[in-house]
Design a protein around this ligand. Structure first.
Ligand SMILES: Cc1cc2nc3c(=O)[nH]c(=O)nc-3n(C[C@H](O)[C@H](O)[C@H](O)COP(=O)(O)OP(=O)(O)OC[C@H]3O[C@@H](n4cnc5c(N)ncnc54)[C@H](O)[C@@H]3O)c2cc1C
Length: 386
């Protein structure tokens, strides 16, 4: 059976859901094709951090817009996503790191940004009284926070279904071919004819682009997370640290959720991951140095998630420069949860085409065109070797 629909979105993670919801609310008919089940991969494996702190300048404006959208997301979706504005902090453990952060924030402020501030030693210890005594200060974004990835996936799912999105789980896309001005998208359970295809398939996006006939850049991240047993009251903001992979916060149940980019192993083809216990043990030296009272706290669970990483650690958002009708939304490189509300709106505007997107959204630095020179090399290899 071949069905005709305005837009097909490949991948039922948070980005696919956000794009679908925004499109459906603009009157576009949409199907999400998800190979496993909604939220199967990075969208539920993540730490839920919503961070503008220390963001790359090329995606900062977009992230600040997304943060505003997070603040009203429960209302937009009609359900609670667990977003809490608890702030995010980046601790400088010595004067050199403190000076580095102070310079960074000074530059930001000179460029007109006010979302980050420096905390001197006294202010830092007022905020985190149980922190080990050696630290010098911190950078701090008090408007940042964190949400609950599972609540967020469920809320997006129900909002998308209510808006009329056709949501098909167990529908892996195995072929993509242009037919005149349209694309034909094949799964084992049927095919679709559509004017536009959004590839939002996380770490598997390059494989799908290849089905359509384009080589796109990406490698893989396999970030690890830990949940501890419940601990007594632990202070407010999401805690990071200059020069170390750390993100630490207390969940509503009292456990600590610790991540920050420590890498495990991933087998993308088999969709399998493995925790690297050696790397995990080494990485835990940072939270133990900052909070020695955590020694002896037991780990309840740990896992590794799979996510696409681009050469510059920034996502690829927008149309293919070579294949009309194909749009990319992937490569969030470990920090795409924070961008979910805004990226869906950007992609939907690109497809509906009401306002020239570059006038409305600050995404020109995130176009795939920034990798054109690399792609020419890869395309040549593809032509030669298939
Ligand atoms: C451990 C970890 C911690 C993180 N912490 C944070 C954080 O604190 N803050 C933050 O901002 N970001 C964080 N991230 C990043 C964030 O989780 C991701 O950027 C985001 O979830 C990406 O969502 P997605 O929808 O693009 O991808 P995914 O959720 O991976 O969804 C892609 C979907 O595509 C489907 N798919 C693949 N191939 C096909 C096919 N052929 N046909 C149909 N469907 C297919 C997959 O099954 C999957 O469901 C973290 C990531 C990890 C792994």
């Amino acid at each position: 059976m071949i069905r005709t629909i305005d837009t097909v979105i490949i991948g039922g993670g948070l980005h696919g859901l956000s794009c679908a919801l925004q499109l459906a609310r603009r009157g576009v008919s949409v199907a999400i094709l998800e190979r496993r089940w909604i939220g199967r991969h990075a969208s539920t494996a993540n730490a839920g951090g919503v961070r503008t702190l220390n963001r790359d300048l090329r995606e900062l404006d977009l992230t600040l817009t997304s943060l505003k959208m997070w603040r009203v997301l429960d209302e937009f979706l009609g359900e609670n996503c667990g977003f809490q504005q608890i702030g995010q902090i980046r601790i400088a453990e010595n004067p050199t790191e403190f000076a580095h952060e102070a310079r960074r924030i000074n530059n930001l402020q000179q460029a007109g940004y006010t979302h980050e501030e420096m905390l001197d030693k006294a202010s830092l210890y007022r905020l985190l009284p149980s922190l080990a005594p050696h630290c010098s200060g911190a950078s701090y974004a008090k408007g940042d926070g964190a949400a609950d990835p599972h609540l967020t996936v469920n809320a997006y799912r129900r909002a998308a279904e209510s808006a009329g999105v056709l949501l098909l789980e167990g529908h892996g896309v195995n072929a993509l071919a242009s037919e005149g001005l349209e694309w034909r998208v094949d799964t084992d359970y049927g095919s679709f004819l559509t004017a536009s295809v959004v590839i939002a398939a996380g770490a598997w996006s390059p494989a799908l682009a290849r089905l359509a006939g384009e080589i796109v850049p990406a490698s893989v991240k396999a970030s690890m997370m830990i949940v501890t047993e419940q601990v007594s009251e632990f202070p407010g903001p999401v805690i990071g640290c200059v020069g170390a992979a750390l993100s630490l916060k207390q969940t509503r149940t009292g456990s600590l959720l610790i991540g920050g980019g420590l890498q495990g192993q991933a087998n993308v083809e088999r969709e399998r991951t493995r925790v690297d216990f050696h790397a995990l043990a080494t990485g835990m030296s940072t939270p133990l140095r900052l909070f020695p009272q955590l020694a002896g706290v037991r780990i309840a669970r740990c896992w590794t998630g799979i996510e696409a990483r681009t050469p510059d650690d920034l996502p690829i958002i927008g149309p293919s420069s070579r294949l009309p009708g194909i749009l990319y939304c992937y490569g969030f490189s470990g920090h795409g949860f924070a961008l979910v509300p805004v990226v869906g709106a950007v992609i939907a505007d690109m497809i509906v085409g009401e306002t020239p997107t570059h006038e409305k959204w600050p995404v020109s630095a995130l176009s795939i065109e920034r990798f054109e020179h690399r792609k020419e090399d890869s395309d040549e290899r593809y032509r030669q070797h298939g």
